[in-house]
Design a protein around this ligand. Structure first.
Ligand SMILES: [Zn+2]
Length: 459
């Protein structure tokens, strides 16, 4: 059961929609009933949790997680991913449609996912669908069944069962999504630019970086924006790694195209110059680029050009990462491309954000309110406000810890943050008013897209 309700959580650092201040949060039936002045709700109520100077945040909403179950559960699964999420202060995840088998490209595929996830989730969980060549007829039924939108790849995805879309497929998928009012989320790298780039396998990160140039992102985004303009589809660019994309987005928005974008903790906190030879834990696509690009991403984030900062948690087994410490070759070209960070996104981003002069309220906007808005969950998730689910996190902004990959809840002990010291410790995570105890039974729910939700215009 939740608290012997109602209950009050008190903090001198509650991060509310209008900023950080001392507050009491009254919780009833799993929801936030009201937010009141600090110290005002002592008498006449049930349990009171006083966090003192420990901050109280709304639970994070991570709209970009690859759970991989069923089919590749050895890479990650619902139980392990959602336990890691809860431990990292994430109370809602939206699962990507690929790397699981079957992929979520048909209503039957969605049913398989839902049945598999049943009873395994420690946090609330929703699903993206996939738009692949030939499945236009499946998009409307999937959308009716509650997926939050549809992912497409403009370049090969890395798994054969989720092919990328060519120009005609993209046009057809976007036209249908415009018709049904769906949000199209896009992996934007251009295959022709990738094919023309120098391919030099081996342990040197600079060779891998040269094989996935920034021009692949800008070419793909330009092509996507043209298609969005023609079809009227509402599009969202996933995991923007190159800051060179941003001027294109600004111009398109000025032109009336409905487009938003996200970036990820690894692009904001890591840089190409720091990647050790053979350390394929750092491999992802698009790749982590240089320091100057990272600074430009932070500038864009500060200017409100990104709607969300989300993990793109996409792990695999250590052998597929070809990590030298597990006996692998350390070859960046051949290693699985994907970064495991679900449990570490909040402290990673907070550590760097604070260094750059940002406040906790900024991190909450990027990692909780922003992604909630992207998927139409504003009013339910992503804020400490009356009426929202009591998804809350006790967060010690000064709590430092060293990352040991084997101690994380992720299924596999691989992360590029291994060995780093991060600031920001999650002390307790509450899901709908109930403290998540990963030693007890999971009580996460499956979410569907709100029925009347139409994706908001890009801002
Ligand atoms: Zn991804």
């Amino acid at each position: 059961m939740p608290f012997s309700e109602p209950a009050v959580i008190r903090s001198r650092r509650a991060v509310l929609p209008d900023g950080e201040r001392p507050a009491d949060v009254l919780i009833r039936d799993g929801r936030i009933e009201r937010v009141a002045a600090h110290g005002s709700l002592t008498a006449g109520h049930g349990e009171l949790v006083d966090l003192g100077d420990t901050a109280l945040l709304p639970g994070l909403v991570d709209t970009h997680v690859h759970v991989n179950e069923p089919g590749r559960t050895e890479w990650e699964g619902f139980a392990t991913a959602t336990r890691a999420a809860a431990a990292g202060g994430v109370t809602t995840i939206i699962d990507m449609p690929l790397n699981s088998v079957p992929p979520t490209t048909t209503p039957a595929g969605l049913e398989v996912k839902r049945k598999t996830a049943e009873g395994q989730a420690w946090v609330d969980l929703g699903f993206w669908g996939g738009a692949v060549p030939g499945n236009v007829p499946d998009l409307e039924p999937l959308h009716r069944a509650g997926v939050f939108g549809f992912k497409s790849f403009l370049a090969p995805s890395g798994v054969d069962e989720f092919p990328h879309v060519e120009a005609a497929d993209l046009e057809a998928a976007l036209a249908e999504q415009a018709r049904i009012g769906a949000l199209a989320i896009i992996h934007a790298e251009d295959p022709a630019v990738l094919d023309a780039a120098p391919q030099q396998p081996g342990v040197h990160y600079r060779d891998f970086l040269a094989s996935r140039p920034a021009g692949a992102e800008t070419a793909a985004v330009a092509r996507l924006l043209d298609a969005a303009r023609r079809t009227g589809a509402r599009v969202h660019i996933l995991h923007v790694s190159s800051a060179a994309v941003l001027p294109l987005l600004r111009r398109a928005r000025a032109d009336g195209v409905q487009v938003t974008a996200e970036t990820c903790p690894h692009y904001l906190t890591l840089a190409a110059e720091q990647v050790p030879d053979g350390d394929t834990a750092f491999k992802c696509c698009p790749p982590i680029r240089d320091e100057a690009n990272r600074d430009a991403l932070w500038e864009a984030l500060a200017n409100g050009e990104f709607t969300a900062v989300v993990s793109d948690h996409s792990p695999s087994t250590p052998d597929l990462k070809l990590l030298p410490e597990f006996g692998g070759s350390g070859d960046f070209a051949a290693a699985w491309g994907g970064i495991a960070s679900l449990q570490l996104g909040l402290p990673a981003v907070w550590t760097e954000a604070r260094r750059r002069g940002h406040a906790l309220a900024d991190v909450v906007r990027w990692m909780s309110a922003g992604p909630a808005e992207l998927v139409g969950l504003t009013g339910t998730k992503g804020a400490i406000a009356a009426g929202c689910d009591a998804d809350l996190v006790a967060f010690d902004p000064d709590g430092e810890f060293a990352v040991h990959a084997g101690e994380l809840h992720h299924r596999n002990p691989v992360t590029p943050y291994a060995g780093r010291t991060l600031s920001g410790a999650v002390r307790t995570t509450w899901l709908r008013g109930r403290a998540v105890d990963t030693g007890a039974e999971p009580f996460g729910r499956q979410l569907v897209r709100p029925v009347n939700y139409r994706p908001a215009e890009g801002s």
